[in-house]
Design a protein around this ligand. Structure first.
Ligand code: IMP
Length: 429
């Protein structure tokens, strides 16, 4: 039986957690393949709200096994805090339900301090990272000096490696005028974490391949989004991993022929946190309206950092590109309900660059910063659609809007979210 990959089609925060949660109902294994606790997924079930950063949303289903794959960078202290929080909310999290790759890399407080220092040094050009140590941890990984989760199985050696890594970072931090970290205290905290996490560690690629052979359905949960991809995003305003479909294969360790479904997830408008180009950004009250006031968990404020998100019209150019990069077999749109009440709506269907019309985002930053969106305008609708469950009951204008999105990226829209609860979905044929 095959694997499904869920990919964010924009700059992250598309609502992938909720989509994973819905698709997990039919999965046996749900696996994260990239990034770390820079991600934040909010899932609402039966009036309860779960905030997840590292643990896949599949944990909310009893029969599902969750995997943290080799492509991830994991802060063990934050992972334990998340596990404890879930257990306190009544979710069963145990080593037979949550498997952590021995090949995943760890994040230490040194990576977090370096993230902060590097961002500060960037000044005006700061990326606006989540300050979770993601970039420095992947830097250690690709520089072949990282520490992998598997080392936790030998806790004394692990503690020594953490101590040494923090000491090395201390040299850099001190040179740049930042405070040194207490490497002994860190090593002590990490050895305690290692002892608790040992039981969760295994060779997850072997496990996933075994389950695929047995006919299990594997759901690969993407974090971040296409435009934050280290290769395909708007570099350097990206994260340090590959959240696109290819990243699922390297980040979990199985072959492409197992995959029969790649679900692109896109919000019905555009949002971005952090710096970098955003051609359809709105700087007026329409943008503020899309963002919401912040009093609801679904308003556009970061789950991880609480930062207000930049909001704008849907960027069809980005969506079309994302569909190609990952080979979407279908599109799941989220938050259509938020667009109720607008007199008119816009979608960017192309860009204009120096008088030329282009239909893909340019690869260089200086060009992407200069593009002007070419918009199509749509009628709005003025009814609350949160209670609608059938496509025929949607206002005509909403149906036209949704169908046009599918045409722009040449991908079938199969489902549209109209609210945060599991059942607030309309299936499109
Ligand atoms: P980093 O991943 O913390 O290094 O941040 C790099 C860029 O990716 C910044 O612009 C962050 O705001 C953005 N980013 C990282 N993770 C997420 C996410 O889960 N949602 C939205 N943006 C993210």
């Amino acid at each position: 039986m095959p694997a499904t990959i869920i990919v964010g089609a924009q700059w992250g925060d598309e609502g992938k957690g909720g989509v994973t949660d819905r698709l997990a109902a039919e999965a046996d294994v749900v696996a994260r393949f990239a990034g770390g606790d820079n991600a934040g997924h909010t899932v609402a079930v039966g009036g309860k709200v779960y905030k997840l950063h590292l643990v896949p949303s599949g944990i909310l289903y009893d029969g599902v096994t969750c995997v943290l794959g080799n492509g991830m960078v994991i802060n063990p202290l934050n992972l334990l805090q998340e596990i404890d929080g879930l257990v306190a909310q009544g979710v069963a999290v145990s080593p037979d339900r949550l498997l952590i790759s021995t090949r995943a890399h760890i994040i230490t407080p040194a990576h977090i301090a370096l993230d902060r220092a590097i961002e500060k040094a960037r000044g005006e050009g700061a990326i606006g990272t989540t300050l979770r140590g993601i970039g420095p941890a992947y830097l250690d990984k690709t520089g072949r000096s990282g520490i992998r989760m598997g080392l936790m199985l030998d806790d004394e050696t692990f503690a020594d490696a953490v101590h040494e890594s923090v000491e090395q970072a201390n040299e850099t931090l001190a040179q740049q005028g930042f405070e040194r970290l207490d490497s002994r205290q860190t090593a002590a905290a990490y050895i305690d974490a290692a002892r608790r996490l040992q039981a969760y560690l295994c060779e997850t690629s072997v496990y996933i391949n075994q389950r695929l052979r047995e006919g299990a359905r594997v759901l690969c949960e993407g974090a971040q989004g296409t435009m934050l991809d280290i290769d395909h995003g708007d570099y350097p305003f990206v994260t340090s991993s590959s959240p696109t479909a290819g990243g699922a294969l390297t980040g979990l360790g199985f072959g492409p022929l197992h995959v029969d479904r790649v679900v692109g997830v896109a919000k019905c408008f555009a949002t971005r946190v952090g710096s970098g180009p955003m051609p359809t950004e709105l700087h007026d009250e329409l943008g503020d309206r899309l963002r919401g006031s912040g009093e609801h968990f679904w308003d556009e404020f970061g789950t991880t950092t609480g930062r207000p998100r930049r909001c704008g019209w849907l960027d069809g150019v980005i969506l079309r590109y994302a569909a190609q990069v990952s080979g979407f077999t279908e599109l799941f749109l989220t938050k259509l309900d938020i667009l109720s009440g607008f007199d008119e709506l816009k979608i960017a269907v192309a860009y204009e660059l120096d008088g030329r019309r282009i239909d893909h985002p340019p690869s260089t930053l200086h060009e992407l910063e200069r593009v002007q969106p070419v918009y199509e305008t749509f009628d709005g609708w003025h009814v609350d659609i949160g209670g609608i469950r059938h496509v025929d009951d949607l206002p005509d204008a909403a149906r036209v809007y949704v169908r046009r999105i599918g045409e722009i990226c040449d991908t079938l829209v199969t489902a549209v979210g109209v609210g945060p609860e599991r059942d607030q979905v309309i299936h499109f044929a």
